[in-house]
Design a protein around this ligand. Structure first.
Ligand code: NAD
Length: 261
């Protein structure tokens, strides 16, 4: 628990499942007030909100598409209307599309870039404007991926978007550092969430993924949420512009594990 998070107000995008739900729950345990965004899964968002409240926090759920300005404005409005302030904005929503790049449709490319990259820009812009108006040292956390660093054939739109999130995070961290606004990213590795459900249901693919992780296991959404809580708290007060990899060592070139090369 981080005492300074008590009663802080956070927006979490894509909170209806997976990592977003785990961060919501963790923020609830920190007794925070949370705006839980969902795009289509109201039921999932309500389950997350109930968990926040059961853990001592407050929550509202808000439908919004993060790829739109109106959607992000609605999330800020919900924070102000319900909780009177905004302290932390977590750009978590994301999706991926698998296709050989020479066959990837422009529509599929645009959809991934719109949600995973433009959504992070629009969410950050919305939060930055509020923090600047209020003259307050806000905090932005962007959900990147190990694929901001590791190339991922047949997922080029996703890797391009996350590579963009990395440099966007570093750039605005520098741009607003003097105002006390901190901006960091989290780079999860292979985490057990619905985005991976199909892949992990197949034993061969599951084992193959595990073999790419030096710690030899898939990560839990709660382990990513723990990083988000630390970055949100004042315990990380001198940290800005980093990507915190939470990946069991996946970014450590596991192919070299046994001294090959
Ligand atoms: P998930 O599919 O379980 O959840 C994604 C969430 O984003 C869902 O709640 C979904 O409704 C929401 N979302 C999608 N499009 C949206 C839109 N237009 N507007 C609002 N919300 C929208 O996936 P997850 O694993 O929980 O992923 C969360 C984040 O973590 C994503 O940015 C993902 O790229 C990143 N990530 C996940 C992993 C992993 O292994 N699970 C690894 C690296 C990075």
């Amino acid at each position: 628990m981080y005492e300074d998070l008590n009663k802080k107000v956070a927006v979490i995008t894509g909170g209806s499942k997976g990592i977003g739900t785990a961060i919501s729950k963790r923020f609830g345990q920190e007794h925070m007030s949370v705006v839980i965004n969902y795009n289509s899964d109201a039921e999932g968002a309500q389950v997350a909100a109930d968990e926040v409240e059961q853990n001592g926090g407050k929550a509202v759920i808000v439908q919004a598409n993060v790829a739109t300005e109106e959607g992000n404005a609605a999330l800020l409005k919900a924070a102000l209307d319900n909780f009177g302030d905004l302290d932390i904005w977590v750009n978590n929503a994301g999706m991926e599309t698998k296709s050989p790049t020479h066959e990837l449709s422009l529509d599929d490319w645009n959809r991934v870039i719109a949600i995973d990259q433009t959504g992070v820009f629009l969410g950050s812009k919305t939060a930055l404007n509020y923090f600047k108006e209020q003259g307050k040292p806000g905090n932005i956390i962007n959900m990147s991926s190990v694929h901001e660093q590791i190339p991922w054939p047949t997922f080029s739109s996703y890797a391009a978007a996350k590579g963009g999130v990395k440099m966007f995070t570093k750039t605005i961290a520098m741009e607003y550092a003097k105002e006390g606004i901190r901006v960091n990213a989290i780079g999860p590795g292979a985490i057990n969430t619905p985005i991976n459900a199909k892949k992990f249901a197949d034993k061969e693919q599951y084992d193959q993924t595990v073999s790419m992780v030096p710690m030899n296991r898939i990560g839990k959404p709660e382990e990513v949420a723990a990083g988000a809580a630390w970055l949100a708290s004042s315990e990380s007060s001198y940290v800005t512009g980093v990507t915190l990899f939470i990946d069991g060592g996946m970014t450590l070139y596991p192919a070299f594990m046994n001294g090959q090369g």
